[in-house]
Write a protein that binds this ligand. Sequence first.
Ligand code: DX5
Ligand code: ZN
Length: 227
Amino acid sequence: MAYRIAPSILSADFARLGEEVDNVLKSGADIVHFDVMDNHYVPNLTIGPLVCEALRKHGVTAPIDVHLMVKPVDRIIPDFAKAGATYITFHPEASEHIDRTIGLIREAGCKPGLVFNPATPLDALEWTLDKLDMVLLMSVNPGFGGQKFIPHVLDKARKVRQMIEERGLEVSLEIDGGVGPANIMEVARAGVDTFVAGSAVFGAGKDSDPQRYNSIIAALRAELAKV
Ligand code: DX5
Ligand code: ZN
């Protein structure tokens, strides 16, 4: 399986965001995970399309994985598409019409994904999986970086991987929250192929070192090589 590492910029130094993203990509990260919070669906407030556009203008060409923790969802989709989003994922309970929202993301030229909180059942996948490019399983409750991994999500991951295989689809399975070198291998063994890591990546190394992310990304890859 081709594994992808997606650092969450939620834990980056926002005053130097372009440089932070450049450094983490130069260190071998594959995807930029972009957490959008609205202080309504989740109790925190972060960044919007302007910042996504700024990263593209800065020269970031890697996929940008926009994780919408906002309610309602639909209004903001075209703005993120224009701003250069690659993936747009949303929480099914934040949309009145899940199938319509998936269609809006696809029509806007982006890759749609559904996100499931730790206690949210996978029911919404039954009639949507074949329309998705990504399923994102939250292994913490959304809203903040630096929380502890919730282990029962591994069972959920096995279930989603099985659904993807049974239906012969090429949907990517991503996990978000509390992932680091200590658990990435067991997460991969549960069928996950794309790994969000915020505090584990951006908390690594010394501020002044432009290569500060090399060893943490290498450590994550070394664990994945053991799968
Ligand atoms: C939480 C966000 C995550 C967060 C992960 O709501 O969706 O992407 O940044 O942070 P860590 O890896 O520190 O748990
Ligand atoms: Zn996220």
